[in-house]
Structures are given as C-alpha cells and as structure tokens.
Design a protein around this ligand. Structure first.
Ligand code: TMP
Length: 236
C-alpha cells in the first residue's frame, strides 16, 4: 500500500493518506503531552508500545463483536485503519475513582464503584475539552440520539471485555477514554487508541501506577511503566 501525504498531526500520532481513499495510516510518536499540551515531553519507546497495545485490544474487541477501525499493523509504529470522521466526544468510563473525578467530587482515589460511570468531554482543544452531557451534545449536534446510544452501549461493553482481560494479567482497569468515528456509510466504529496514554492501569496487588499518570504527575519510572504493561500483555 502506497503511503501518501500527512493529513493530520496530533499530540501523539500522525495520520497519512494512502492510495485507498477509505484507509489511512496512523504513525505513533514518542511525544507526550498533558494538561491540554501545557506539559510536553518524550516517553522513549512509547509509540511502539502504544501501537502494539492498541492493535491487540482492537483485535480482541473486534472478536467480541465491537466494530473498530483497525485494518492491519504494518510495523512497530505504523498501522492501517479505516478512515473515519471522529465524533467530537471523548467517552470516559470509570471503575475506580481517580484523576479529574476524584478532584471534581472531592473524594480520594481508589474508591471501587459498584457500577461503572460514563461521562463525555467535548473534543475541542481551544476550549480544553470541557465536560459535556448528552443533552448538550445533542443540542450542539455533535452526534444523533441513535449514535449516542450506540456509543454508550459499546463503551460499557468495551469496559466489560477490557476489565476482565486486564484482571487476568494482574492489572486493575481504573478508567479510560475512548473515541468513536463514522465510516463513510455512517456506521459507528471504535477508533483512536487504547493504551497506557488513554487508560489508568494499577497493579492489582501493589496499586502501583502503570500508565501516563507517571508522566502527568512527575512520578518517575515512566518508560518502565509502559514496558511493564507491554510485558503483562505480551509476556517477556
Ligand atoms: P481524567 O481523570 O483526567 O478525566 O482522565 C480519565 C481517563 O481519560 C484517564 O484514563 C486518562 C484518559 N485521558 C485521555 O486519554 N486523554 C485526555 O486528554 C485526558 C484528560 C484523559
């Protein structure tokens, strides 16, 4: 497949056109940002790990009946995916209190919820991705009622599958962020990435953080945490 011009550059990935108008190539970088780009850095080897972890999860979810954008892993950092128009909503599922949830509601991190929560952010860097509810998303015509229902159902199903998988490798899935896209025929598919950049992973026994919070919070051992997640998922 011939790779053509770069269509878009995000904080952690680049997207390239290919000779097939329905397929694009994603390239995973080692660049890391936090707090809407205010904090910048490099996590050496992150792109390789996030590419592999994302593709592993996408394949697992696809096999469980979740439609995804995944097409083919080309190499360590490059993957072909279906071209989508991204629904401008970040979908956040939480199983355990942490991060902005703990801060917003004034509770400690680590409270295990009886049922997972769902929340949405309006994907808009200029506004700093503000939290949005579904009525507001509908008012702004960010998605149709049917799309929001599909996204909600799929997000909880993704949580069930991922939570069970990570439990098997000794990791608590604390929370994560998903993005969805529309194919040219309007079908909603899971898109973007699923990685230590976009999930909170805590070791089930020690509760050690094995995700991007080590970068966000200057905890050190950032690369080691990504490598540990790679090892848990793929083995030595
Ligand atoms: P939060 O607690 O900061 O709202 O984050 C919830 C989850 O979403 C956490 O697993 C990290 C992920 N996340 C992203 O993937 N991208 C973002 O820009 C933010 C703020 C969080």
């Amino acid at each position: 497949m011939e790779i053509k011009e770069m269509l878009y550059e995000g904080k952690a990935k680049q997207v390239f056109a290919t000779e097939n108008p329905d397929i694009v190539m994603v390239h995973y970088k080692d660049d890391a940002t936090a707090f809407n780009g205010l904090k910048k850095g490099t996590i050496t080897g992150k792109g390789v790990i996030n590419n592999r972890v994302t593709n592993f999860m996408m394949k697992k979810l696809e096999a469980a009946g979740i439609p995804t954008h995944f097409v083919e892993e080309l190499n360590d950092r490059d993957t072909l995916v279906k071209k989508v128009s991204i629904v401008p909503l970040e979908v956040i599922i939480r199983n355990i209190s942490a991060g902005s949830f703990a801060k917003r509601f004034g509770v400690e991190e680590g409270i295990v919820f009886e049922n997972p929560t769902i929340e949405y952010s309006y994907k808009n860097d200029d506004l700093g991705d503000p939290m949005i509810n579904t009525a507001q998303a509908l008012a702004l015509k960010l998605a149709t009622p049917e799309e929001i229902e599909t996204i909600r159902t799929m997000a909880f199903k993704v949580n069930d599958i991922m939570k069970a998988f990570f439990q098997e490798v000794g990791v608590d899935l604390v929370d994560f962020k998903l993005e969805f896209g529309r194919l040219s025929d309007g079908t909603i598919v899971l898109a973007d990435e699923i990685s230590p950049d976009t999930c909170r992973f805590w070791d089930s026994k020690t509760h050690e953080k094995l995700d991007k919070d080590r970068f966000r919070r200057d905890l050190g051992g950032v690369e080691d945490a990504y490598e540990e997640m790679r090892r848990r998922i793929f083995g030595a």
